[in-house]
Design a protein around this ligand. Structure first.
Ligand code: SF4
Length: 472
C-alpha cells in the first residue's frame, strides 16, 4: 500500500465544499466519530459530522457496528492518548474486515505528527488527515470510495498539510447542538513551549477572520444558542482585522461578540498567561456576559522550570494576573494545568508549585506527570526525575488541589446561581441540568420547557462532579 499526499483543487463555495459531493452509495449510512483530547478536537469532530452529513449524507451513529465510516480524531499531547489510538485501530481492523466497503480515517494531532507511523503500524487505515485539513475530508472520502468501487489498488489518502487560510473559509454552516456552543476563533500555537507538540501538529497561530467568527455566532444565536465558548489553543493571541483594516485583538473580539443578540453568556479557553493583557482582564469588568470563570494554565510555580519550559512568564507575574483579576471579580473560579517531574525538577522547584497553589487557590485543575513528546525540545533533556518521585509529587499536588476544590465548592452550597438550562439531567429522569456562571453543573427539578432559559437556582448539595439545587 502506498502513501498519497494529495493536493486538492480549491473549493470555491464559502461555507464548505461539502455540498459538491453527493456519492449516493453512502447516503444515510452511519458515521462514527471517536474523539480524544481537548475541546478543540471536540469542536473539530462536530464539524466533521456536519461536513460529511452535507457532502455524503452520512448520519452520526453511536457505535461502529451501525457505521460504514469510522473516524478517530486523535490527540498526541500525552503519550497514553497516542497509544490509545493504536489500540483502538487494532479493534477497528477486525470491524473493517467483517464487511466490504467499510472505511477507517485517522484525523487530529497524531495523524499530523505520525502519518508515517500510522501507515506502518496500521496499513489498513484508508484516510489520514490533520487538524488543518479536515475541511478536505469530503474529497478524501470521495476519492477512497471511488477507489473501492473501481476495485483499484487503493492508496492511503493522506493530507496533513497546514493550509491555514482555507480551514475557516470552508467550514460548513454551523448546526447548533443545544443552547451552548463552541466557536473556534484561532488555530495552532506559536509559543513553542519546550514540552508541547501543538505547534508541530496544528501549526503556527492563525486567527479566524473577524467576520467569519461573527457570522458563526450570529447563526448559532438564530438557532437558539444562548452561551458561546470561544476556542483556540491560545485565544489571547487572536488578532484579525475589521473591514476597514483596523486591528481586532482578542479583547475587542470579546466586546464585539457580546453585542450579538441573545448571546447572554460568553466563555473562552485556553489562555496563555504571557498574553493575558490588561485589556483582556478589563473585559471581566466591562462585559457583563463574560462568565465568572477562567482557565489559565501555569504549569509550574518554579521560575527555573518555567524558564526551561519556555513559558515566558515568572510565578510572580502569574500571581499578579490573578491579583488583578480578583480585584475585578473576587470570587472568580480559576482552573489551571500543572506538569510535575519536568526534567531537572528538584524538590524545591516542586514545593514552589505547591506553594503557588496554596496561595492562588484553584477551583478545578488538571495535573499530569511529565512525559517526553517526540520532536519537542524538552525531549532532548535528560528525563532525570525518577518515576516514583514524579508519582509522589503528583499525588501530593492532587491532594492539595482536591482539597481546594472541595473548600471552594462547599462555599457554593446555599448560594443562588444563574443557571442556563441545557438538557435533561443524567442524574434523574425528572430533572434538568445546566451550568452556572462559574461553570459548575447543577441538577434540579424544572419544566423541560425551560431548557434554553436562564433561571435562578439555589444550590442545596454538592455531588461528586456536580451540584443539586432548587429552582427559585
Ligand atoms: S501555549 Fe505552549 S502548551 Fe499551550 S499549545 Fe502553545 S506551545 Fe503548547
Amino acid at each position: 500500500m502506498s502513501i498519497q499526499t494529495i493536493s486538492l483543487a480549491p473549493i470555491s463555495e464559502k461555507g464548505g465544499g461539502s455540498a459538491l459531493i453527493t456519492n449516493k452509495d453512502y447516503q444515510n449510512k452511519g458515521l462514527f466519530v471517536q474523539t480524544y483530547g481537548c475541546q478543540m478536537n471536540e469542536y473539530d469532530s462536530q464539524k466533521i459530522g456536519e461536513l460529511l452529513q452535507q457532502s455524503h449524507g452520512l448520519n452520526l451513529v453511536d457505535d461502529t457496528e451501525s457505521a460504514e465510516v469510522a473516524i478517530v480524531n486523535t490527540c498526541s499531547v500525552r503519550e497514553k492518548a497516542q497509544e490509545k489510538v493504536f489500540t483502538l485501530l487494532g479493534r477497528w481492523k477486525k470491524w473493517k474486515e467483517k464487511k466490504a466497503g467499510r472505511i477507517i480515517c485517522v484525523g487530529g494531532c497524531v495523524a499530523s505528527q505520525e502519518g508515517e507511523l500510522i501507515r506502518r503500524r496500521a496499513p489498513f487505515v484508508d484516510i489520514v488527515f490533520g487538524p488543518q485539513t479536515l475541511h478536505r475530508l469530503p474529497q478524501l472520502l470521495e476519492q477512497t470510495i471511488k477507489g473501492k468501487q473501481s476495485h483499484l489498488k487503493i492508496p492511503l489518502s493522506m493530507d496533513i498539510s497546514f493550509p491555514e487560510v482555507e480551514k475557516f473559509d470552508r467550514l460548513p454552516i454551523p448546526v447548533a447542538n443545544g443552547v451552548s456552543a463552541f466557536v473556534s476563533i484561532m488555530e495552532g500555537c506559536s509559543k513553542y513551549c519546550s514540552f508541547c507538540v501543538v505547534p508541530y501538529t496544528r501549526g503556527e497561530e492563525f486567527s479566524r477572520p473577524y467576520l467569519s467568527v461573527m457570522e458563526e455566532v450570529r447563526e448559532l444565536s438564530r438557532q437558539g444558542v444562548r452561551e458561546v465558548t470561544l476556542l483556540g489553543q491560545n485565544v489571547n493571541a487572536y488578532i484579525a482585522e475589521f473591514e476597514d483594516g483596523s486591528p481586532c485583538d482578542f479583547s475587542t473580539l470579546l466586546t464585539e461578540v457580546a453585542t450579538i443578540e441573545h448571546i447572554d453568556r460568553l466563555r473562552f479557553t485556553t489562555s496563555h498567561p504571557m498574553e493575558m493583557t490588561n485589556d483582556i482582564i478589563q473585559c471581566f469588568q466591562s462585559i457583563p456576559q463574560l462568565a465568572n470563570q477562567l482557565h489559565l494554565p501555569v504549569q509550574s510555580g518554579s521560575d527555573s522550570i518555567l524558564n526551561r519550559m519556555k513559558r515566558g512568564y515568572t510565578a510572580l507575574e502569574y500571581k499578579n494576573i490573578i491579583r488583578r483579576l480578583r480585584e475585578i471579580k473576587p470570587d472568580i473560579h480559576l482552573s489551571s494545568d500543572f506538569i510535575v517531574g519536568f526534567p531537572g525538577e528538584t524538590e524545591e522547584d516542586f514545593m514552589q508549585t505547591y506553594r503557588l497553589v496554596e496561595e492562588v487557590k484553584f477551583s478545578r485543575s488538571f495535573s499530569f506527570i511529565y512525559s517526553a513528546r517526540p520532536g519537542t525540545p524538552a525531549s532532548a533533556l535528560p528525563d532525570d526525575v525518577p518515576l516514583e518521585t514524579k508519582k509522589q509529587r503528583l499525588y501530593r499536588l492532587q491532594e492539595l488541589l482536591a482539597q481546594q476544590t472541595e473548600e471552594i465548592e462547599n462555599q457554593l452550597v446555599g448560594t443562588t446561581q444563574a443557571v442556563l438550562i441545557e438538557r435533561l439531567s443524567r442524574k434523574s429522569d425528572n430533572q434538568v441540568a445546566g451550568r452556572a456562571d462559574n461553570n459548575v453543573v447543577v441538577n434540579f427539578s424544572a419544566d423541560t420547557d425551560l431548557i434554553g432559559q436562564f433561571v435562578e437556582v439555589k444550590i442545596t448539595e454538592r455531588l461528586t462532579n456536580s451540584f443539586r439545587g432548587v429552582l427559585l
